[in-house]
Design a protein around this ligand. Structure first.
Ligand code: FAD
Length: 409
């Protein structure tokens, strides 16, 4: 089948859906098409936020975004920040609710966000072509997109195809990234971010399934890179949980040696913790070390940390002296694991890196190589922290790219 579009949007994910709606609303006379590889739009969106969709964040500070030139996203986020996002979703029937800074649809259903976007596309006349994986793009005065069954001719093209995170099931095949790279677009190394870390397993494996609040710090050698305090989940392969996802980014970016240090008592400094342990030893001297931390820390976790610093669990707390209190406090505040790798793109929430932002104008999101070619979302070298930042970038860049595409025609 042949299609002629004023504006073709390649990819019916977060950034593509908002781009198509924005373009069609701005000029209802334009023919706007979404070409989507999968049999439904928004398949990744449905899986976001554990099915609840952490749709944005109340505090879209630039420090929560990353990329070689992170200032690139400043303009789009200033034009389409929290209140514009809220207004847009209100206009398609999605109310917001917040948990701390994290914002969710009031329904707490990611599927309702996809439905509302889909209904709006239908209502205003955005054409959606499903099962249409674009395999080739001819860049020129007009854009020709080719799939195995379709040929598309478009005056303006918005690339909204994402990258590799989440895998093929949610449409993250990355082939548009490869097409652009082959055409000579500069790229920035792509690696999984917001991802579980594989570590040495001697101790984590014994703790499989245990969750604990900790301050997790990523260390490059001995140098702290970043820290985050939240839940940590011990797994047979390494470490997971929100605190680990949040600090995972840099460890996949180069071949340096990385460690994760867990501070299991983030509210106490070393001296205060040593004193607290001393106090407990006085109170519970008759307990073996196996039972010593009961009620203060997960029992198994405490046992493994004590083994980690060389104690026998059958010894009595009364046998501990001042040096022991200091040593145990140090171990509890620096339970350290060497990072071996991560669990890959398929398990990651976002891909760091992408098409270099130098290739696009930061105000219009138009290519510096080709007229009326725009890019939005994860495909570009911008990624965010956990907490609604990645979708915020998708909404902002999709809306701005669409506005520029309409203005370019
Ligand atoms: C499990 C999981 C949970 C997440 N949770 C959150 C969260 O709660 N909050 C948050 O802010 N972020 C979250 N993210 C990240 C967020 O979903 C992404 O950053 C965001 O969806 C990126 O939007 P996008 O439009 O760039 O790409 P996508 O949403 O990935 O959309 C790209 C679309 O393009 C289509 N496509 C790709 N190639 C082609 C092709 N060649 N031809 C045609 N179509 C193509 C794909 O099928 C897909 O539908 C999560 C990610 C995952 C994997």
């Amino acid at each position: 089948m042949n299609y002629n579009a004023d504006i073709a949007v390649l990819g019916g994910g977060a950034s593509g859906l908002i781009a198509a709606i924005t373009a069609k609303r701005l000029n209802p006379n334009l023919s706007v098409y979404i070409f989507e590889a999968l049999d439904r739009v928004g398949k990744k969106l449905i899986t976001t936020g554990n099915g609840r969709c952490n749709i944005t964040n109340l505090n879209l500070d630039l420090s929560r975004f990353h990329g070689q030139d992170v200032s690139f996203c400043e303009y789009a986020l200033s034009r389409f920040g929290f209140s514009e996002t809220k207004d847009f979703f209100y206009s398609i029937g999605v109310d917001f609710t917040a948990e701390g800074d994290k914002v969710y649809p009031a329904s707490l259903q990611a599927s309702s966000v996809v439905d509302a976007l889909r209904f709006e596309c239908e209502r205003i006349g955005v054409n959606t072509v499903l099962n249409c994986k674009i395999e080739d793009i001819c860049f020129g005065k007009e854009y020709i997109l080719l799939s195995s069954e379709h040929s598309v001719s478009a005056k303006a093209l918005i690339l909204a195809s994402g990258l590799f995170s989440g895998g093929d099931k949610v449409g993250s095949c990355g082939n548009v990234f490869r097409l652009l790279k082959n055409d000579g677009f500069k790229t920035v190394k792509v690696s999984p971010s917001l991802v579980q870390l594989k570590t040495e397993t001697d101790f984590v494996r014994q703790l499989k399934g245990i969750k604990s609040i900790a301050k997790a710090t990523l260390l490059c050698g001995n140098k702290p890179v970043c820290s985050y305090t939240d839940e940590v989940l011990f797994c047979d392969y390494g470490l997971s949980g929100p605190a680990i996802l949040q600090i995972s980014r840099q460890s996949g970016r180069d071949d340096k040696e990385y460690f994760v240090s867990l501070d299991l008592y983030p509210d106490l400094n070393n001296d205060a913790l040593a004193l607290r342990i001393k106090e407990r030893a006085k109170m519970f001297g008759g307990r073996t070390l196996e039972e010593f931390f009961v009620g203060s820390l997960n029992k198994r976790l405490a046992q493994v940390v004590l083994k980690y610093c060389g104690y026998k669990l059958s010894d009595y707390a009364s046998s501990l002296n001042d040096n022991d209190f200091v040593r145990i406090a140090e171990a509890l505040k620096n339970f350290k694991f060497k990072v071996l790798s991560n669990t890959g793109f398929i398990n990651s929430q976002v891909s760091a890196g992408g098409i270099s932002t130098n290739e696009f104008d930061n105000k219009t999101l138009m290519s510096k190589r080709y007229n009326r070619l725009f890019a939005a979302g994860e495909l570009l070298d911008i990624d965010g922290d956990c907490g609604g930042f990645n979708l915020s970038w998708a909404w902002a860049s999709g809306a701005i790219a669409a506005e520029s595409a309409v203005n370019s025609l």
